[in-house]
Write a new protein. Structure first.
Length: 388
């Protein structure tokens, strides 16, 4: 058999690359003669830059000194392929860069109370991402592709704009502090963003608007440490900031209502205000990694992620892979940390069957602690199953 293994990351536990390798190792334990093709994927979130750096044969990677969501020194990367630069927002804005502890009942589903030391979207900033974009432009890039996802920020891209020379200002004309909460006092921008007229593409599969019940603050704020009161404050602050963004000459009408404007804590809104177009993250990665062509030559496709749930059905990696496999008539198996999507819903996007590490181990704690072991064991089991 020829098997294509193309998972996303298992958020918080194992990278896409390591997940693919662990599953393949288990399959080869059981079926050493089979050929496995490994294509780790990303929909724009964590792992985006690494996936493309490995997939693009002529790409070169620049290491750039930057800052994390709290302004501390961090390291980011710009993947250059000709005059196109690929940048991953999570490298400088990612939630994984901030400390926080998941406590509570972990005997059933992945539930618990997030006790946060650093995760506070009222104060975290996207400034570091602006540093990466400036480095890309200085390196000669004329097209900037920004992968959005996995952020620990909710500042509407205010920090990004500050790094580009357009800091949010208060009524007194002074630059506001970092973070989403301070934007409640924003009245203008202190300059014009400096990107040398580069074309900007926002790579995301989040279609959320910026504001309201489906917006950045309400849907994703609690995952980043926001309390109920914080969500109301942040949404009000982004409402104010959206009016300021609308003053940029490149901002489209009705920016705050556009799909994707709420991606990555509102980073999508700032990029749209810079004239960006939104493109499907998994669609872009599929195209650049030649994934569909690989599918035409295999007997089985295996994909996966940390949680295969309702969000997975709305354009995430698993949905993109399963849709492509279905169109080609190739069976698609999902291996995930946990499986919450129903069989009918999964089948509707092209998933043949789904397997969960939680069920394999019989314990959420074990699934979190030993994802590589579980993927290897499932790989061996599925190899024997599908060989029949």
């Amino acid at each position: 058999m020829r098997v294509l293994v193309c998972p996303d990351k298992f958020a918080g536990t194992i990278s896409a690359v390591d997940a693919a390798e662990a599953f393949a190792a288990g399959w080869h334990d059981a079926r050493p003669g089979d050929e496995l093709i490994l294509r780790p994927l990303s929909d724009g979130g964590p792992g985006f830059a690494g996936v493309l750096a490995a997939a693009l044969p002529h790409a070169r990677v620049l290491t750039v000194p930057a800052t994390d969501p709290l302004g501390r020194p961090a390291e980011g990367h710009v993947v250059l392929d000709g005059t196109t630069a690929y940048v991953e927002s999570a490298e400088t804005c990612g939630l994984h860069l901030l400390t926080g502890n998941l406590t509570g009942n972990l005997t059933g589903n992945l539930t618990g109370d997030l006790t946060c030391d650093e995760r506070d979207p009222k104060h975290t900033t996207t400034f570091g991402l602006g540093t990466l974009l400036l480095a890309a432009v200085e390196a000669g890039a004329t097209t900037l592709v920004v992968g959005l996802g996995g952020s620990g920020t909710n500042d509407g891209g205010a920090g990004l704009l500050a790094a580009l020379g357009a800091a949010p200002l208060g009524a007194a004309g002074y630059a506001l502090p970092y973070g989403g909460a301070a934007l409640i006092d924003c009245v203008s921008l202190g300059g014009v963003p400096r990107l040398r007229e580069a074309t900007v593409i926002a790579a995301t599969d989040v279609d959320s608007p910026l504001l309201g019940l489906r917006g950045a603050s309400a849907v994703y704020g609690p995952q980043k440490g926001a309390t109920r009161e914080d969500v109301f404050l942040l949404d009000a602050a982004l409402t104010r900031f959206a009016d300021v963004l609308q003053t940029l000459p490149t901002a489209p009408p009705g920016l705050a209502d556009l799909p994707g404007s709420g991606a990555a804590g509102g980073l999508g809104a700032a990029l749209l205000a810079l004239g960006a177009r939104v493109e499907s993250g998994i669609g872009l990665v599929r195209r650049l990694t030649l994934l569909d062509a690989e599918m035409e030559e295999v007997s089985l496709v295996v994909t996966g992620e940390g949680a295969f749930d309702e969000q997975s059905l709305r354009g995430k990696v698993v949905a993109g892979v399963a849709n492509a496999a279905r169109d080609l008539g190739v069976p698609c198996v999902v291996v995930a940390g946990r499986v919450d999507a129903g069989r009918r819903e999964a089948a509707s996007i092209g998933v043949t069957e789904a397997h969960a590490l939680v069920e394999h181990f019989g314990s959420v704690a074990e699934a979190l602690a030993r994802p590589a072991d579980g993927l290897r064991e499932l790989g061996g089991r599925l190899a024997l199953q599908w060989s029949r």
